[in-house]
Design a protein around this ligand. Structure first.
Ligand code: SAH
Length: 351
């Protein structure tokens, strides 16, 4: 299987696109279904293994397409909780991170959408390296596909059941590729990852929320809020200067009213920055009567900045809860490996 630049990577094609290609080439549209089945369900490694596809069609596929897992440069496994972090090397040499997380409800993959990130959140390791480019659809799909192939080897029969788009990059800044990626992994003929088992996290690119609501009403939406007022949010998240908290909350509210789906607000607790009792009260007021919950995130310290983990996590959670806000505290995973988003890549790019 060669990955000639003239050939198209099958992992980047939605089912509809593949069907159209078949029709345009005077082939039966059913070919799309067969290809998805071999590629994503049976997960063969070569066109030659697609035994119910005619010789003529195999030749057509071989001449025009290729598929292959991403190249694993480094793999780190947390010996305690099984969290597995992959550093993949893309064909242009760029490095991206993907994480496999084991939960009691199944295996979840955390995917990256960009090489680097331009959002500039002060506490985050991803932005240490500015955005170089958006990931192609096949590179985002490739992360789930490659991790699934890895699971096939170490745990035959076990599926990736959940996908979270919370790796490096801002998914709403690579919107069209994000939508195609979700369509591909969600397709019934393919990996069949349920829309409700996919969650996308955005730092709050407000202008994209209505489009998202229309296109993906069943997919989970999480918003990185991390502050209870504009002053604090402006200091730690530059995106707030483009879209302030009020516009973000208004868009989130509209999302919940249209979809009737609960929205998640992520809130990293940073010592002395956003973890006071006053912040909890402000936050509760901001989210009052909204179909939402707050996911409190213990901060993963990053060497390059001075933010510290808050000691006020359970008190903050109790305060929110007493004011009628649903709240969870994120389970920590992978604490024995380079766990913070972007850390594995940042550490390797510097070498
Ligand atoms: N750009 C998107 C998705 C990527 S970040 C977003 O902002 O939501 C995924 C989540 O991890 C975000 O909530 C982000 O704020 C958080 N995060 C970033 N650095 C972190 C760190 N060092 N410790 C804990 N959470 C972090």
């Amino acid at each position: 299987m060669s990955s000639s630049s003239l050939k198209t990577n099958l992992l980047g094609l939605t089912f509809q696109e593949l069907k159209l290609i078949a029709i345009q080439n005077d082939l039966k549209p059913f070919l799309a279904q067969q290809i998805y089945d071999w590629l994503y369900k049976k997960r063969v490694s070569d066109f030659a293994e697609m035994s119910n596809i005619s010789r003529k069609n195999i030749d057509f596929l071989q001449n025009n397409f290729y598929f292959e897992p991403l190249k694993i440069k480094i793999k780190q496994v947390d010996p305690i909780d099984e969290t597995t972090k992959f550093l993949f090397e893309l064909s242009d040499g760029n490095l991206i991170e993907t994480v496999l997380l084991a939960f009691d409800y199944g295996y979840s993959v955390c995917v990256t959408t960009q090489v680097g990130c331009n959002m500039g959140c002060k506490f985050c390791a991803s932005g240490l390296l500015k955005k170089k480019r958006n990931l192609e659809v096949y590179e985002i799909v490739g992360q789930v596909y490659t991790v699934q192939k890895y699971l096939d080897q170490i745990k035959p029969g076990v599926r990736v059941s959940n996908v979270i788009v919370m790796g490096i990059g801002e998914p709403f800044d690579n919107f069209d590729n994000l939508i195609k990626f979700i369509n591909i992994i969600n397709n019934d003929y393919g990996l069949q990852i349920g829309a409700r088992k996919i969650t996308v996290s955005t730092c709050g690119i407000v202008k994209k929320i209505p489009e998202w609501t229309k296109l993906m009403p069943q997919v989970g939406l999480a918003i990185s809020l991390h502050a209870s007022n504009n002053e604090i949010r402006n200091n730690i998240m530059p995106i707030n200067k483009a879209y302030d908290i009020n516009s973000l909350i208004a868009a989130a509210k509209e999302y919940t009213e249209i979809t009737r789906r609960r929205i998640t607000f992520e809130y990293i607790l940073l010592a002395g920055v956003n973890d006071s009792d006053e912040c909890a009260i402000q936050l509760a007021k901001l989210l009052k009567n909204m179909l939402c919950y707050v996911n409190l995130i213990p901060y993963n310290p990053v060497n390059e900045n001075s933010y510290q983990r808050s000691k006020n996590v359970s008190n903050f959670a109790n305060r929110l809860s007493n004011m009628g806000i649903q709240v969870t505290i994120r389970q920590e995973k992978g604490t024995n490996i380079d766990a913070a988003c972007g850390q594995l890549r940042a550490n390797n790019e510097k070498q």
